[in-house]
Ligand binder design. Structure first.
Ligand code: IMP
Ligand code: MG
Length: 177
C-alpha cells in the first residue's frame, strides 16, 4: 500500500510470534478453561489468529476501551465502551491486547478486573512498546518489543484506517501532515 513507508513485521514473522505465544498458553492453561477477552478493536486480528492456535478448552468475550481518539498519542483518559457479557468471578482471565504503549488502558482494565473477583488475570499482547510507559504493567505473554514507533496494520489503526493490512508497518510522514 502506498501510504506505508516500510514493513516492520511481516506476515510470516507475525505468524511465528503468535505460535510462540499460543504454545505457552496451551501449556499454562491446559486445565483452566480460561476466559480470553479480546480488547476491541485493535486486538481482533491477533485474537482470532491466537485462539485458532489454542488447542485447550476456553471461552471468549469482547471488551472495548478507548483512550486514543484520532491521534497517535494516548489521551490519558480511558473509557469503557463495552463490558464483558458474562461474570468473570472465579475465572482465569487472559486479556488480549494488540500493543501496550503508555500502559494506561491496560492498567485501567486490570484494576477493573481485579475488582470483579477473577481467580487470576494475565495479559497477552502481540507488541510491547516500552519507551513511553507511564503505568507499570506486567505483561506475561508478548510477541516482541518494538521501538518508539507508531505502527499500523494487523488490527492497529491510524484514524481508523489500515487495520486490514496483513503485516505491521510504519506510515509515511506525509500521511500525518
Ligand atoms: P496505551 O493505553 O497507551 O498503552 O495504549 C494502548 C492502545 O493504544 C493499544 O491497544 C492500541 O490500540 C493503541 N496504540 C498504542 N500504540 C499504537 C501504535 O503504535 N499504533 C496503533 N495503535 C496504537
Ligand atoms: Mg487497542
Amino acid at each position: 500500500m502506498s501510504d506505508i513507508e516500510r514493513v516492520l513485521i511481516s506476515e510470516e514473522e507475525i505468524s511465528s510470534l503468535v505460535s510462540g505465544i499460543a504454545q505457552r498458553i496451551n501449556t499454562d492453561y491446559a486445565d483452566k478453561n480460561p476466559l480470553i477477552i479480546c480488547i476491541l478493536k485493535g486486538s481482533v486480528i491477533f485474537f482470532s489468529d491466537l485462539v485458532r492456535k489454542l488447542t485447550i478448552p476456553l471461552e471468549f468475550e469482547f471488551m472495548s476501551a478507548s483512550s486514543y481518539g484520532n491521534s497517535t498519542q494516548s489521551s490519558g483518559i480511558v473509557k469503557l465502551i463495552r463490558d464483558v457479557k458474562v461474570s468473570v468471578k472465579d475465572r482465569h482471565v487472559l486479556i488480549v491486547e494488540d500493543i501496550v504503549d503508555s500502559g494506561i488502558t491496560l492498567s485501567y482494565l486490570l484494576d477493573y478486573m481485579q475488582c470483579e473477583g477473577c481467580a487470576s488475570v494475565e495479559v497477552v499482547s502481540l507488541l510491547n512498546k516500552t519507551a513511553r510507559r507511564v503505568k507499570e504493567v506486567d505483561i506475561k505473554y508478548y510477541g516482541t518489543d518494538i521501538d518508539d514507533l507508531f505502527v499500523v496494520g494487523y488490527g492497529m489503526d491510524y484514524a481508523e484506517r489500515y487495520r486490514n493490512l496483513p503485516y505491521i508497518g510504519i506510515l509515511k510522514e506525509s500521511v500525518y501532515s
